[in-house]
Design a protein around this ligand. Structure first.
Ligand code: AVJ
Length: 322
């Protein structure tokens, strides 16, 4: 079970109350990642339909040396900090290459899931016994401040996997501006962006045949049951995802199969659902190069270099401060 601290639990309860009281109803995808949700997301990354992970892995495997050259700056010492590290599989490819090139690096993975961090730490300790590691559990910004100027070396902040896609445009700019505040002039930001492509490919990635994405989405209701004492019956909701080609965004919903009432003990409240009423769960934005350039410019960054996979499905974009 997730050890959610009381202030975090209060925030969760407050957000669930606001989301289930709103019209249309919504829940925040940032709450997907309790330990069970993190496990389900590892499963999603292995799905044939979920191309994002393979694309980023391909970029890292084929272009590790170019990435290394772009990260180093005279000396081969720098601090890698990864926001939302998860199980670190993709990052391991980069680190392995950097160490083979005699890089003097430290690695600080940050994640909300302690279980995911523990797995990562164990794996990396075996694979890279010489790597200095400092895993941190918790909320990005809280921890970022503590990382400011750690060794006085260049920091490379990484935000991979197109995690940025869960933010609205305004939230993205706000997020990058926050990051800029903890960065020194010489630091870099490396961000994964999923690009626009054949809409069928995108739609399938969020509606896999095995139903793992559905389980991932439904897990948030299960989490509300676990942590807030609710009585959601998961069988009474159906996962629905679609892609909007004009906005370039995949969206997912949980739809109530019938008229029903759900009790949330921690909120001392009942919530009514009409038959076929939708709860908006997640936005996964897809990008054009133009959008990435505009985002960088509006957040006070310049693109140093973009790295693409062979199909141009995905872009890892390296940013510096302007
Ligand atoms: C982890 C936010 C990048 O939006 O593609 C995967 C989460 N949701 N399948 C994404 C997710 C449904 C994922 N990110």
């Amino acid at each position: 079970m997730t050890a959610t601290h009381s202030t975090e639990l209060d925030q969760f309860a407050t957000d669930v109350l606001a989301g289930l009281s709103a019209r249309p109803k919504h829940l925040s995808s940032k709450y997907f990642y309790d330990d069970e949700g993190s496990r389900l997301f590892q499963e999603i990354m292995k799905l044939p339909e979920y191309y994002l992970t393979g694309c980023e892995l391909e970029i890292f495997e084929r272009q590790a040396d170019d990435i290394f050259k772009a990260f180093v700056n005279g000396s081969n010492a720098f601090d890698l900090i990864e926001l939302g590290a998860g199980d670190g599989t993709k990052t391991a490819v980069l680190i392995s290459h950097f160490l083979a090139r005699d890089a003097d690096i430290s690695y600080s993975p940050i994640d909300i899931s302690q279980e995911a961090l523990d797995a990562l730490t164990t794996k990396f300790a075996t694979e890279f016994p010489a790597l200095r590691m400092d895993a941190k559990q918790g909320d990005y910004f809280h921890i970022l401040k503590s990382l400011k100027n750690s060794r006085g070396l260049r920091k490379v902040l990484m935000f991979l996997g197109s995690n940025i896609g869960n933010f609205s445009r305004d939230q993205s700019v706000e997020f990058f501006c926050h990051l800029r505040e903890v960065m020194n002039p010489n630091d870099l930001l490396f961000i994964g962006f999923d690009l626009e492509k054949d809409p069928h490919v995108i739609a399938n990635a969020y509606d896999d045949a095995a139903g793992v994405t559905a389980a991932f989405n439904l897990n948030l209701l299960a989490r509300i049951n676990r942590e807030l004492g609710a009585d959601f019956d998961l069988d009474k909701f159906v996962h629905y995802a679609n892609y909007r080609p004009i906005e370039g965004s995949a969206r997912s919903y949980l739809i109530s199969r019938e008229k029903q009432e759900v009790h949330v003990a921690a909120l001392k409240r009942n919530f009514q659902f009409e038959q076929w009423e939708a709860v908006f769960m997640e936005i996964s934005q897809k990008y054009t190069i133009r959008m990435i350039e505009d985002l960088a410019a509006d957040s006070g960054f310049a693109i140093k270099r973009n790295f693409f996979d062979g199909r141009n499905y995905y872009c890892d974009s390296l940013w510096q401060l302007v």
